[in-house]
Design a protein around this ligand. Structure first.
Ligand code: AMP
Length: 532
């Protein structure tokens, strides 16, 4: 879709940020425990960092990895990279070495930002890769409270690489040259687990990011003066867009609290008078489970949203009964630059009588939806079919992967792999999934990746990984394994085997050793059978 379709005078997120800084330079932009930075301070810091990155040779279109938790430096780094036209490569800090290396080898970033504690392991993992520089940072910067609940250590390290805050200090007052970006320039490269093949990098352009930041923010009712709590991790598209970008393009305060902790989050709601946030339903479950949680924690809230994973209607009801706030559902994908379907504030999502599925909402204004049958023909209103999405938020394709781009986004329409019903009023209900993906608290797990790791164990003959319903996380990873003739191994040993090789959320909750995996007559493993 053309950029001029965007109902905004801006072409990029950074244009919108600059207008905000001009209009409200002295208003608070970032809060982190006991510290608040104004828009001007954040702008100056990101200018200084951008100038330093330019000196290092980072140029328009270069990828730079961000391997950080939710700390103010994340937003400052976004702004700095975008100011020089560089692309933020989102890296989950839970990744183990091989997962990080696989993405770095594909995306080929020129540098990486990481936490001070991760420098040694990261440097080791990335030896011989395209990464020329590492900039480390401490979660203890930009605050003085040193809360042990969310900091790995309360003392600073001196890593043997450049320190982000020191770079900002040294370059204070400098401004980078304007690369004159347009909407097609990439803002983010965000990896998503695929049904086949290795993870794919979705090409999230500035036009995509701006469309999401403006339209989703409007849908959620965000206005100048709102306080947005970055509760979802910024390394996932939901956090990057629906927490950070929506706040940066408006005169909103963006609140960080490092890695998620329920008690710390409850305090942050009160301390910063949070008005909006979006997180996975697991985050709301964790908050509800906290013994001190009370309605008073949410007194300043205008709207709560949850996205990324199915929400049981009973969870929403129980949360509202206890805390007086309805959780609004939102749906999106990495390939739609986050939420494109959402429940308007003040509205209660209907529940589909047949499937019991809580509606994910109504499409945002510029989003077009349709459902299609296996032959690709549109299904009638109320009849289930694969959900297809088009609109200014949908990416043009995947990083250096034309085959995947052609098969997933034919003619600019994104095939989601989700089966949906759209009713007469336009409410969308997800009723099934065509893709072989497991959804653990909103984190997507590709069964093949877990299977590949288990196949490396000498006792394993065959393995199939499936998702099983789980009250807390939505789904849990379960592996079924058949052993080589004569081999013996404890199930726990196989779980341990994955520990060193996979991020925590991908590790099987259980490994079940069985005699033989169920197969079709043509020898294909019957996952559906195992799931049952
Ligand atoms: P990701 O690319 O990690 O954002 O994952 C996108 C996938 O998450 C979608 O294709 C859906 O399967 C799932 N998803 C996203 N939002 C929701 C939601 N509100 N309810 C159910 N599933 C969701």
């Amino acid at each position: 879709m053309p950029n001029d379709d965007i109902a905004s005078p801006h072409r990029t997120v950074i244009d919108a940020w600059r207008t905000r800084v001009q209009r409200f330079p002295d208003n608070p932009a970032i809060a982190y425990f006991d510290t608040v930075l104004t828009a001007r301070e954040v702008d100056d810091a990101s200018d200084a960092l951008a100038a330093a990155l330019s000196d290092t040779g980072v140029a328009r279109g270069d990828r730079v990895g961000i391997y950080l938790q939710n700390i103010p430096q994340y937003a400052i780094t976004f702004l700095a990279l975008w100011k020089i036209g560089a692309v933020a490569l989102l890296l989950n800090p839970m990744y183990r070495g091989r997962e990080l290396r696989a993405i770095v080898d594909d995306a080929q970033p020129v540098g990486i930002f990481c936490g001070e504690h991760d420098v040694d392991a990261t440097t080791e993992t990335l030896r011989g890769s395209t990464v020329r520089f590492t900039i480390s940072t401490s979660a203890l910067d930009f605050q003085t409270r040193n809360d042990p609940r969310v900091f790995r250590s309360t003392t600073r390290l001196t890593p043997p690489v450049d320190d982000l805050v020191e770079l900002i200090r040294r370059n204070h007052g400098r401004r980078p040259a304007d690369p004159q970006l347009d909407g097609d320039d990439l803002a983010l490269l965000a990896y998503t687990s695929g049904t086949t093949g290795p993870p794919k990098g979705a090409l999230n352009s500035h036009a995509n990011a701006l469309a999401t930041a403006l339209d989703f923010g409007d849908r959620a009712g965000l206005v100048d003066g709102d306080v947005v709590f970055a509760i979802a991790p910024l390394f996932h598209i939901t956090g990057a867009m629906l927490n950070a970008a929506v706040a940066l393009v408006r005169d909103c305060l963006l609140v960080f609290a490092n890695r998620f902790d329920a008690a710390v989050s409850l305090e942050a709601f009160v301390e910063h008078r949070v008005t909006y946030t979006i997180g996975s339903i697991t985050v709301f479950n964790a908050i509800s489970a906290h013994p001190d949680a009370a309605a008073t924690h949410f007194e300043s809230v205008k709207a709560l949203y949850s996205g990324g994973a199915p929400i049981p209607p009973a969870t929403v009801q129980a949360f509202e009964a206890r805390f007086g706030h309805y959780i609004h559902n939102a749906y999106g994908m990495t390939e739609t630059t986050a939420g494109v379907i959402a429940v308007p504030p003040g509205t209660r999502a209907p529940v589909d009588a047949t499937s019991g599925s809580l509606s994910v909402g109504l499409p945002l204004p510029r989003v077009r939806l349709r459902t299609v049958d296996p032959a690709g023909e549109p299904t009638a209103t109320g009849v289930a079919g694969e959900l297809e999405i088009s609109g200014p938020q949908v990416v043009s394709g995947y990083w250096r992967n034309p085959e995947a781009s052609d098969s997933t986004m034919p003619d600019g329409r994104l095939r989601t792999g989700d089966v949906a019903i759209i009713d007469e009023q336009g409410w969308v209900y997800l009723v099934d999934r065509l893709k072989d993906q497991i959804n653990v608290s909103g984190y997507k797990v590709w069964p093949r990746e877990v299977e590949d790791v288990l196949y490396e164990h000498p006792a394993v003959f065959e393995v199939a990984v499936v998702g099983c319903p789980d009250d807390y996380q939505g789904e849990a990873v379960v592996a079924y394994v058949a052993l080589r003739p004569g081999a013996t191994v404890a199930e726990e040993e196989l779980v341990d085997f994955t520990r060193e090789r996979l991020a925590a959320y991908k590790r099987p909750r259980t490994v079940r050793v069985i005699e033989e995996l169920p197969k079709t007559p043509t020898g294909k493993i019957m996952r559906a059978e195992l799931r049952r």
